[in-house]
Design a protein around this ligand. Sequence first.
Ligand SMILES: Nc1ncnc2c1ncn2[C@@H]1O[C@H](COP(=O)(O)OP(=O)(O)OP(=O)(O)O)[C@@H](O)[C@H]1O
Ligand SMILES: [Mg+2]
Length: 437
Amino acid sequence: MTIESFHCSMCGRRIKVQNRVDMPVLDPNTGFAICKNCIKNIYHWIEDEESKRGRSVKRGFNATLGSLLEKNKPHVIKAYLDQFIIMQERAKKILSVAAYNHYKRMKYELDNRGSDDEIEKSNVIILGPTGCGKTAMLSHLSKLLDIPFAVTDASSLTEAGFVGADVEVAVRNLYYAAGKDIEKTEHGIIYLDEFDKIARKSGENNSITADPGHEGVQQGLLKMLEGSFVEFTERGQRKHPEAPTIKVNTKNILFIVGGAFVGIEKIVEKRVKKGDTAIGFGSEVPSKEDTDKKFNELIHQVRPEDLMKYGIIPEIIGRLPVICTLETLDEDALLRILTEPKNAPVKQYEKLLAMDNVKLEFEEAALRQVAKMAIERKTGARSLKGIIEDVMLEVMFDIPKTNEPRRVVITEACIKGDEKPQIFPLDEEINLSKESA
Ligand SMILES: Nc1ncnc2c1ncn2[C@@H]1O[C@H](COP(=O)(O)OP(=O)(O)OP(=O)(O)O)[C@@H](O)[C@H]1O
Ligand SMILES: [Mg+2]
């Protein structure tokens, strides 16, 4: 292979050219050449200038940010989440502050355009057992915020070139959530759910030795978390090399990642025990309450090194400075989840049956039995609705047969499957109760 050499007319450096990719822009008549490095610099300069110009046109965005900040103070966001999420007080506070600070950072950046003074973003990692409200909390938050918010399942992502979705999909989802507005996309929030599923299998929690696939996904995500230009095509155009690409800078996108991280408490326990501050509950077989209490104590002590042992690469952990942990829900919490939230399962069934002129009543013992059964199933609040659904099936099949006003009573025995829900006649018409309407 012949090696040619040129002098860059801009930076003056000598460029050795071994292949076509390294070839500078060259005018053979005058000997004028520009090296790849200088071309890149010019390109970035033009891009910066254009984006600055684009931003100055959009003063309106800045003005809206002011009112959004006013509207979305942490206590307001938390009060909104309180309507849907029971317990998890600390997690609700962390997310409220994270969202509010995200607005503040955007405002600061727009107010101080041109200066390199900036407030760094604080991406968040959420951990907690299955069915404790991680996904639910984020989906409610997304409904409240006036900035684009997109949830992507990290377990569906694969390393570039493999079958499945590339990591860029997370940004593409946000781009669609932002109504294809690039500036809004660049200030949105990405929630990567099921993040624990991309942990390296060689993490201490697993026994298999190497896992290049998952590590590749983490490396891909790292670039996005660090802030880089992500390029993607419109949906479905992946196979067309000539399809135009959309370019988004992820520098100001807030990333929230979450997952159950099953077994992480064991890693924490090992570490804590080493430090001789073991949390013990005696040598006898611990009760369910003790196990939950111990789990809750351990989960709140998760540190970056535990996540590393779990199989998340240190570079990613370094980009997720806020660790937000959720607790196991006990029987009382599950009981509250059944009836208290705005969209509580019991309220939902009341509404459904009221549409058939039927008043639904749950006895207190019945609700407690539902909570007990949910605990046995070990899926947190996730199974509550399923348990009620099973009991309600026959009733929901039978009652629409007539339009008579009736009353259905669900007892503890109904939940246990020992008797069928009883249907009684009722003299009055059923109205959707005000608080559940
Ligand atoms: N703390 C809570 N308050 C109110 N509802 C809850 C709470 N936790 C869970 N739920 C309800 O239980 C169901 C499952 O919860 P969610 O999907 O948030 O679980 P998760 O924590 O994301 O679990 P996983 O790790 O398995 O994904 C949802 O329908 C949600 O409404
Ligand atoms: Mg979830």
